[in-house]
Design a protein around this ligand. Structure first.
Ligand code: SF4
Ligand code: SF4
Length: 390
């Protein structure tokens, strides 16, 4: 029996589809250089891939055919040596819509396995976002903003090869840097990309994340029904319409909060979230009307509070709001919970104002495909500079 390697690549559906494919395919091509066998494939729950929704590719590599066949006899790997998240906001969890509820980004990692994240954050910030595991795992960061390389514009920022260089450093049994660089030259004929892989190899370090570090929340768990437990037919409970609710300061009851699916959380699709200045809101209703996910609760005092369990971060509310800077999209890495902004504002208006200003000021810009055309293109030179200089 030979050795089996499994690598998982978690990416943002559509936006990073080409990037995810390049990474998983190149892993197999680099392993071929050492006479290993492998296969790369996409895995997206049971429904079509959509904009921004977490999706996965896998690369399975083995030292011999029988081991590969055995490794492939599963629908998807039950455990992996490396998980790669090509967008740091995925550290909050992965819910790929109609899959199986919000799952920790590190769920499939073996003991001692490595989570590689592309990010400009410090390790502490990423560790705080990821759910705790029962055993230690490692974290490595490939410095950079989440790449949209290969989307509707092909603007290469070398994220793919920099990740390959990091893998060669972390898991040398899979392939060497030399094999990675040979595969790059065969595939892209690009010395600069091979150099970027080498620099990433040299710079890559990892740290161990202990079981007591990370998000302590219990991730969603479920049990599949056994075939012999299944009845004839199935009844799917509908979601109730919604209800009024209480103002935490005046205790007035009013407004309307739609009831939402208790297990289907869309927030892991979000890379940015709207923050609302309730002091300047003119209650025009446009955000509430136009939000494609019915995220807004109408508060008892007639304001509109975006529910952060349901918001997928599309940015429509920011775009339609007629009041300057009333709704601002902020990088999701700036937040640690999904608490109600309106409740925070009601309880402490001055404190909320300070919080709001800090969030808006501190956030590094993100391109998530909706803000304005060409935003990602503007980031490419900076990313190539990071690839060169670290
Ligand atoms: S970003 Fe705004 S419009 Fe889009 S889902 Fe969230 S609350 Fe709704
Ligand atoms: S669109 Fe802007 S001004 Fe209008 S209700 Fe929403 S937050 Fe208030």
């Amino acid at each position: 029996m030979g050795r089996l390697f499994a690598i998982e690549i978690i990416y943002r559906g559509i936006f990073q589809k080409t990037l995810g494919k390049h990474i998983s395919r190149s892993i197999v091509l680099a392993a071929h250089k050492e006479d290993k066998l492998g296969i790369s494939f996409g895995r997206y729950g049971d429904s079509p891939e959509r904009n921004g929704i977490p999706a996965k590719n896998f690369a399975i590599v083995a030292t011999d055919e029988q081991t590969l066949e055995e490794g492939m006899a599963k629908y998807e790997p039950k455990e992996v040596d490396i998980t790669i998240a090509v967008d740091d906001t995925l550290c909050k969890g992965v819910e790929s819509w109609a899959w199986y509820g919000l799952q920790p980004v590190n769920r499939l990692l073996k003991p001692g396995g490595t989570l590689i994240v592309t990010s400009r954050e410090q390790p502490e910030a990423l560790i705080e976002m990821a759910h705790r595991k029962e055993y230690p795992y490692k974290l490595a960061i490939v410095k950079g903003t989440p790449s949209f390389s290969g989307l509707w514009v092909y603007k290469d920022d070398h994220t793919d090869v920099r990740i390959l260089g990091a893998i060669a450093r972390i898991l040398p049994e899979l392939f060497s840097l030399e094999s990675v660089q040979k595969a790059i030259m065969d595939e892209w004929h690009d010395e600069l990309k091979a150099t970027s892989a080498g620099k990433s190899y040299e710079r890559t370090t990892s740290l161990t994340v202990q079981p007591n570090q990370g998000n302590p929340e219990e991730p969603y768990r479920f049990d599949f029904p056994k075939w012999h437990e299944m009845g004839e037919g199935i009844a799917i409970p509908s979601i109730p319409a919604g209800h009024s609710f209480e103002d935490p300061t005046t205790h007035a009851v009013g407004g309307f909060r739609p009831d939402r699916n208790p297990t289907f959380k869309k927030f892991s699709t979000r890379t940015m979230r709207p923050v609302v200045n309730f002091d300047t809101c003119i209650k025009c209703t446009l955000c509430w009307l136009q939000c494609p996910d019915s995220c807004f609760d109408v508060t008892p005092d007639g304001l509109y509070d975006a529910n952060m369990q349901a918001c997928c971060g599309c940015g429509v509310c920011e775009a339609v709001c007629p009041v300057k800077d009333c709704v601002t999209m902020v990088n999701e890495t700036e937040f640690r919970d999904n608490a109600s902004q309106w409740e925070m504002w009601k309880k402490d208006k001055e404190g909320y104002k300070t919080w709001l200003e800090e969030k808006i000021k501190s956030h590094p810009e993100r391109s998530h495909g909706f803000r304005y055309r060409g935003q990602y293109e503007e980031q490419v030179p900076e990313m190539l500079e990071i690839a060169r200089e670290g």
